[in-house]
Design a protein. Structure first.
Lengths: 166, 102
């Protein structure tokens, strides 16, 4: 059952990922990106990461993508125009990308141990209890630093986006 | 029961990352470029979780969690920058934002 589930969600993720890149209108890209994130959340569940799957749906597909869609609507973004790229660049980009991908896949296939299989249920410590325990003991300092980072981000966003008062 | 090989997860991660790079290079809309960066971050997160499963350690999940936190902060600041750029130039095309290019 693991392999068909992986194949289904991987196919959805790749199809939505291609759609993110080829669509000319940003709102279509945003909806496709939500599809990628949803199928990745399902794959995290297959890998035993219940907490990360929930956070993926709540934070990524929920909060961040709502922010994106909100800005797209706010700016009334239309379909993008044709770019003035020269034709060799357009022609060579895709083959080089496929070459890079093929090389990467070859290296992964050659060096990843063949016996490693991802069996659902083999990894059980991905729940909130284990992650919380590690987060508040071993990773306490990075955790506290992220709160400072978020505070800076809030202040930066407010300063950048406020109306200029003349 | 046999599961999918670990390398399939890594290759899926590589495919998503390459798609993100392609979109980052090909797209002309500043919001779409930003979304492609999010796609790349998601691809890296999948690698973290897959290796966490392989090594039977929770640390990969913590790193993925931190990546998500940083992505949220980055999205807030980045979208504020996009709003400012749009206010000043009335355009979302990245070809119009090239005053630091030369």
């Amino acid at each position: 059952m693991d392999v068909p589930l992986f194949l289904i969600f991987a196919a959805i993720a790749v199809a939505c990922g291609v759609n993110v890149v080829v669509q000319r209108h940003p709102i279509t890209s945003a909806i496709s990106l939500i599809g990628v994130m949803g199928s990745l959340a399902a794959l995290y569940l297959l890998l035993g990461g219940e907490f990360i799957a929930a956070v993926q749906v709540v934070v990524y597909a929920g909060a961040i993508m709502v922010l994106f869609v909100f800005v797209i609507m706010l700016l009334n973004a239309g379909a993008e125009g044709r770019s003035g790229r020269s034709w060799p660049v357009r022609l060579l980009g895709i083959p080089f990308l496929v070459l890079l991908l093929g090389l990467l896949s070859f290296v992964v296939q050659a060096y990843a141990p063949k016996t490693d299989r991802v069996v659902f249920g083999a990894f059980t410590s991905g729940g909130p209890r284990d992650i919380g325990k590690l987060l508040f003991t071993e990773y306490l300092l990075p955790f506290e630093l992220t709160s400072v980072l978020i505070l800076i981000a809030i202040a930066g966003a407010v300063v950048l986006a406020r109306k200029e008062i003349d | 029961m046999e599961g999918a090989p670990l390398s399939w997860y890594l290759i899926l991660s590589a495919i998503l990352f390459a798609l993100g790079v392609a979109g980052f290079l090909f797209r002309r809309n500043i919001i779409t470029v930003f979304m492609c960066i999010e796609l790349m971050l998601n691809a890296v997160n999948l690698s973290f979780i897959a290796f966490s499963h392989k090594l039977n350690q929770v640390d990969g999940h913590i790193y993925a969690f931190f990546v998500m936190v940083v992505a949220a902060a980055e999205a807030a600041v980045g979208l504020a920058i996009i709003l400012t750029v749009f206010k000043n130039r009335a355009s979302l095309a990245i070809d119009d934002v090239s005053s630091m290019k030369y």
